[in-house]
Design a protein around this ligand. Structure first.
Ligand code: ATP
Ligand code: MG
Length: 297
């Protein structure tokens, strides 16, 4: 549309009523890294990295290939352990958790792995509903309803009975996104959610990420190489206008709620808001961003 608004009501079912009222306190850190270091043999990936992401907020994690972005997400899930420093999720130190506590923390995290990581032997429906059956033990009819709903978000309802091998790379990615959000986690970690997607599907996915943040108040970390998508997510918001749901341009204050964190050579090279990043005169940042930053409106 000419004013930049995209009405997405036709594309997505509305968020269920009970999900619209998840209160979050933005003063509460959901993820906290304190001087986290990690090396694989002599490959030092993170050097005393510290940052935090507060409830209902979003961090975009940027950096060149190999900078350690996926490693950061895997540390949050407890799939990797730091050599030093502490990581807290929901105010609990990961290194002091029992296995049972770790399972509880993981149960509230939705992760979209960079490589999608679907179960090859399960069809789309079972991949998406896996956690709802196996971990949350929801009754079959509720699982079915939620599976259909989240497949609707990524416009793949018709593929519900397919096997992963029968899907394109982009379709597998969308199934993985549906799976990540199926259990309504309060923390979502997206590793390159739009890479390999065509622009229209990519936009559908970023609109969904915006909705999860603004309507369900999910805390999220988005790793991306697609800078236009990162800027779009930071500068747009989901809003209900006259009873319909739309993705609209966000005001400056809202845009400042998204933080950008760039990793380089094991350290945080830049941390700030979209406006700071755009205004930066740093030659490395300018080179990284060149050709990617959409023009200021
Ligand atoms: N399990 C592992 N064992 C050994 N080295 C690893 C392991 N996982 C990651 N690395 C190394 O850690 C570094 C950071 O990897 P990571 O996957 O986090 O990069 P990235 O920033 O996500 O890159 P990309 O943008 O290409 O996905 C790389 O040098 C990688 O080779
Ligand atoms: Mg990666």
């Amino acid at each position: 549309m000419a004013d930049g608004r995209v009405n997405v009501q036709g594309a997505f079912p509305l968020v269920e009523p009970e999900m619209t009222d998840r209160r979050v306190d933005a003063d509460v850190p959901v993820v906290e890294f304190d001087k986290v270091s990690l090396a694989f043999d002599d490959n030092v990936v993170l050097r005393e990295v510290s940052f935090s992401v507060h409830a209902g907020r979003m961090a975009m994690l940027l950096g060149p290939s190999g900078a350690g972005k996926s490693v950061v997400l895997k540390l949050i899930l407890g799939l990797l352990t730091p050599d030093s420093g502490t990581i807290r999720v929901n105010n609990q130190r990961l290194d002091r958790m029992t296995d049972a506590e770790m399972m509880t923390v993981r149960g509230d995290i939705g992760m979209l792995f960079q490589e999608s990581a679907l179960f090859d032997s399960l069809n789309v429906s079972d991949n998406v509903g896996y956690r709802l059956y196996e971990e949350i033990h929801l009754p079959a009819d509720q699982v079915q309803r939620r599976v259909e709903e989240v497949l609707g978000f990524v416009v793949l309802e018709e593929y519900i009975d397919r096997m992963p091998s029968e899907l394109s790379g982009g379709q597998r990615r969308r199934v993985a996104i549906a799976r990540a959000m199926a259990s309504r986690p309060r923390l979502l970690l997206f590793d390159d959610p739009t890479s390999g997607l065509d622009p229209i599907t990519g936009r559908t996915v970023v609109d969904e990420i915006i909705k999860l943040r603004d309507l369900e108040h999910v805390t999220s970390i988005v790793v991306t190489h697609q800078l236009p998508d990162a800027f779009y997510i930071a500068t747009h918001e989901a809003a209900r206008r006259n009873g319909s749901l739309a993705i609209v341009s966000a005001d400056e204050q809202k845009a400042e709620e998204a933080s950008f964190i760039m990793l380089r050579d094991g350290r945080i090279y830049f941390e700030g808001h979209v406006a700071d990043l755009r205004a930066s005169k740093d030659p490395y940042l300018q080179a990284f961003l060149s050709g990617w930053v959409p023009p200021l409106i």
